[in-house]
Design a protein around this ligand. Structure first.
Ligand SMILES: Cc1cc2nc3c(=O)[nH]c(=O)nc-3n(C[C@H](O)[C@H](O)[C@H](O)COP(=O)(O)OP(=O)(O)OC[C@H]3O[C@@H](n4cnc5c(N)ncnc54)[C@H](O)[C@@H]3O)c2cc1C
Length: 433
C-alpha cells in the first residue's frame, strides 16, 4: 500500500514511521527545505551556534515522541532528569524548588508541593487536594477555562501564580483566562501525577533537528522517500476519494491513502473550494511564543533551567552545551510582546534576568536574538477544543484522507507528543481501513 504523508513535522514523521513499520511504502512531502516543522534548529549566522526556533521541553510521558527517537536512534540526545525537579525564581530573587525525588510517583509531587516555601500552607494544601481530585478523576475541566476551574476548586492566588500558571503557560501556551481546563487535567494526569518516569523532564542536548536527522535515510532504506522543498498545492478529489495530489513543481502523486500532517491553516488552503464543514474544523486562532537567545561572556546560571515568576521572562534555560554563556528565554502565550521591537525585547530580558539572578552581575551581555513564532500553537480554549477533529476522522468528502497534526483531537495540548501521537493514530486508522 502506498501512503502519502503531507508535512514533515513531528506528526508527519511519526505517521511515516508507523505506516512503514506496518508495511506501507511511504512518501513524505515537505514544502520547506528542512524537516521538523515548528520544532527545528538552525545555525545562527553570527555566532555559528546551532539554536532552536524555540526551546522545547519534553516529558517522560511523551511515549509517541520517544518511540520516534528510539526508532531513529536519537533518544540519547535527550537528557532526562532523575525525577521531576523545577526551580522557581521570583523578582525578589528567591529560589524555591519543586522537588519530587523523595517519594515515587504522585506521592513525590505531593511531598514536593508540601515543601514549597513561597506558597502559604493553606494554598499548598488546596493545591494538593486538587491534584488528588484530578488523579482520582473527580475534577473535570470540561467546558471551563483554567481560571474558572482553579477558582471552582478553591485555589489561592499564590498557588495559582507560583504553581498552576507556569504549568499552564508551558504546556498549553495560553493564558489562564482562555486555556482549556480539560487540557490541564490531562497534563496533570499524564505527566505530573503519572509514574516517576512520566514526570521527568527531558531536554535535548543538541539542536532539535538532530533528533530527526536520521529520518530521511531510515525511510529511504525501507523503500520510502522524502520530497523536500516542494509543497502540496491541491488535493484532487473524485468520487469521494483523493485521486491525486498536485505538487508545486507541477507533478502529481497518486497514493492509496493520504495523511495530512500540516497545520489547520495550511489544510484549509489546500481545500479552498471544498466544503470545509465536512472537516468540522473551524479556523482556530494561534497563540505565539517568543524565544530570546542571549549570549554572555561566561556561564552564570545556577541550574539547568528555571521558571521565572512575575516577569515577562517565563523560563530560562542554560544552553552551555551549545555555547558557554548562552541562555534561552521563553515567553509563552506571548501576544503581549510579540509585536514589540526585538531590541526592546532583548533589553527587557537582560534587565529582568539581572533582577532575578543578582549572581550574574559580573556577566557581560554580548548579544541577543529574538525568534517570534506567531503561530506557535493553536489557542486551545474550551470552545476550540470541541472543534478539533479526531486525528483519525475520515471526511465524507474523501474517504482515503486522514488527519494528523498537533491541532487534531488527541486529548493533549498542541505539543510534540500531541503531534507524534496524532501521526500514529492517523497511520493506524489509514492502514486498518
Ligand atoms: C517556539 C515553540 C516552542 C515550543 N515548545 C514546545 C515544548 O516545549 N514542548 C512541546 O511538546 N511542544 C512545544 N511546541 C509545540 C510543537 O513544536 C508543535 O506542537 C509540533 O512541532 C507540531 O508538529 P506538527 O507536525 O503537528 O506541525 P508542524 O511542525 O507545523 O509540521 C507541519 C509541516 O507541514 C509543512 N507543510 C505545510 N503546508 C504544506 C504543504 N502544503 N505541503 C507540504 N508541506 C506542508 C510545514 O512546512 C511543516 O514542516 C513549541 C512550538 C514552538 C513554535
Amino acid at each position: 500500500m502506498k501512503i502519502l504523508v503531507i508535512g514533515g513535522g513531528w506528526s508527519g514523521i511519526a505517521a511515516a514511521i508507523e505506516a512503514t513499520k506496518r508495511g506501507a511504502t511511504v512518501v513524505v512531502v515537505e514544502e520547506r527545505q528542512y524537516l521538523g516543522g515548528r520544532a527545528r534548529s538552525f545555525v545562527d549566522r553570527i555566532s555559528g551556534d546551532e539554536i532552536d526556533n524555540g526551546q522545547h521541553v519534553m516529558m517522560g510521558c511523551y511515549r509517541a515522541l520517544l518511540h520516534v527517537a528510539q526508532t531513529l536512534g536519537t533518544e540519547h540526545l535527550l537528557e532526562r532528569q532523575a525525577s521531576l525537579r523545577v526551580a522557581f525564581v521570583d523578582s525578589s530573587s528567591q529560589i524555591d524548588i519543586l522537588d519530587s525525588s523523595a517519594l515515587p510517583g504522585k506521592r513525590g509531587l505531593v511531598l514536593g508541593l508540601l515543601r514549597l516555601r513561597g506558597i502559604s500552607v493553606y494554598a499548598r494544601l488546596s493545591a494538593i487536594r486538587l491534584a488528588l481530585f484530578i488523579s482520582l478523576g473527580w475534577a473535570s475541566g470540561k467546558g471551563l477555562t483554567c481560571a474558572e476551574f482553579l477558582r471552582k476548586h478553591g485555589q489561592q492566588a499564590d498557588a495559582i501564580k507560583r504553581f498552576w500558571e507556569p504549568i499552564v503557560l508551558a504546556t498549553i501556551n495560553a493564558p489562564l483566562s482562555s486555556a482549556s481546563a480539560e487540557l490541564l487535567v490531562s497534563v496533570m494526569s499524564l505527566a505530573f501525577l503519572g509514574s516517576s518516569n512520566d514526570s521527568q523532564i527531558l531536554i535535548p542536548t543538541t539542536g532539535l533537528s538532530e533528533l530527526i536527522r536520521p529520518f530521511e535515510k531510515w525511510l529511504t532504506e525501507r523503500g520510502g522517500r522524502c520530497i523536500i522543498g516542494i509543497g502540496v498545492e491541491a488535493l484532487e478529489i473524485l468520487d469521494g476519494k483523493v485521486c491525486s495530489v498536485r505538487l508545486s513543481n507541477g507533478t502529481s502523486i497518486v497514493a492509496d491513502r493520504v495523511i495530512s500532517c500540516i497545520p489547520q491553516r495550511a489544510l484549509h488552503r489546500l481545500l479552498i473550494g471544498s466544503d470545509m464543514n465536512q472537516l468540522r474544523a473551524k479556523a482556530t486562532p494561534s497563540s505565539p511564543i517568543v524565544s530570546v537567545y542571549l549570549w554572555y561572556d561566561k556561564q552564570w546560571m545556577p541550574t539547568d533551567f528555571v521558571a521565572a515568576l512575575g516577569t515577562t521572562v517565563q523560563w530560562v534555560f542554560d544552553k552551555r552545551r551549545i555555547q558557554q554563556g548562552l541562555v534561552a528565554v521563553t515567553v509563552s502565550a506571548g501576544s503581549g510582546i510579540v509585536m514589540e521591537n526585538s531590541e526592546d525585547i532583548v533589553a527587557l530580558c537582560d534587565a529582568e534576568l539581572r533582577t532575578l539572578f543578582p549572581g550574574m552581575a559580573s556577566a557581560t551581555f554580548k548579544r541577543g536574538f529574538v525568534i517570534k513564532e506567531k503561530h506557535a500553537t493553536p489557542l486551545l480554549t474550551p470552545e476550540m477544543l470541541q472543534e478539533r477533529p479526531a486525528a483519525s476522522e475520515l471526511t465524507s468528502m474523501a474517504s482515503n484522507l486522514f488527519l494528523a497534526g498537533d491541532w487534531t483531537a488527541t486529548g493533549l495540548p498542541a505539543t510534540l507528543e500531541g503531534a507524534a501521537r496524532s501521526g500514529v493514530i492517523a497511520s493506524t486508522a489509514a492502514l486498518s481501513q
